[in-house]
Design a protein around this ligand. Sequence first.
Ligand code: ZN
Length: 376
Amino acid sequence: MTVIAGAQMVTPDGVVEDGWLQTDGGRIAALGSGRPPANPGRDLGGRWLVPGFVDLHTHGGGGGSVVGADEAAVRTFVATHRRHGTTSIVASLVTGEYDALEHDVRVLAELTDAGLIAGVHLEGPWISPARKGAHDERALRAPEPAAVDRLLKAGHGTVRMVTLAPELKHGLDAVRAVVAAGAVAAVGHTDATYDVTRQAIDAGATVATHLFNAMAPVHHRDPGPIVALLEDERVTVELILDGVHLHAAIARLVRSAAGPQRIALVTDAMDATDIGDGEYVLGDMAVRVENGVARLVEGGSIAGSTLTMDHAFRFAVQQAGFSVPEAVRATSATPARLLGLDGRTGALAPGLDADLVVLDADLVVDAVMARGEWAP
Ligand SMILES: [Zn+2]
């Protein structure tokens, strides 16, 4: 049992001043304001206490990549992001050949069952060659129903999200198949028109994969996927708030247009995260990181990020016009709901896992607790 007191605590009902929170057996047992029920093990002295971050879209960190599904690398990746406040993390695979993807999905499914990660995200191979970003063009495919079925089955329910381009042959059927399997269909890496994007949403797509990045841009006579995704209340949009993928003004525009409740911050982080500049690979593609910006060696496309969720949280509040509770929602409750984890995590509420982040006045991570244990 741990008792934390003296917190500026962000709960689903708002900010609680002089808040306390008690954990028991890895869960949040009770919370309130004022005098705690027992002597606090930690007095936060007015620091923020917010829910642990939930990251829907990440490829690596700390030198560990999820591609290849090596358990030691995945542990490094999880521990790296945890130090930055992420207590639930989805492993995002990139485009690859089906045999390799099936292998990775099977291993990552076991690591999901073991509680290490929160599920698997397939980003490719069912994406547009015209908007492939850092994905290997040779392995791009149309989402043939048998192949979609094969990878979903390999995950036995742990594939939580699939990013696809709905304009591809079988694209709308693939959206329906993903949703029928209980996963999130996300529109991304797409050259779809406004109308086809609307059809994909009607077919059940509910997420925009890193809105603006790797999709046809907005034109006032040809609004394309971005406007269709932005205007539809059924869609949650991912934003990569590293200051590189999107201008701060675009982040403010999205916050106004969609409302903060429809935004999920993601890192799209690759293995260089927390390591530094140098040469890396993403899937089979050579990547160079310079000044923290990851780009393909060939062609120079942005290749994921070296972002961590605490940095995205700060950017949201300090540059994109989010209040702290809005940033909390975009980094915890909203992604937890999309993943179907909201009965377990994503908020400071009794009965949920004790997944917590302590932030100082500058929103820098001071401490992280996952399932009731302080992270090292
Ligand atoms: Zn990605």
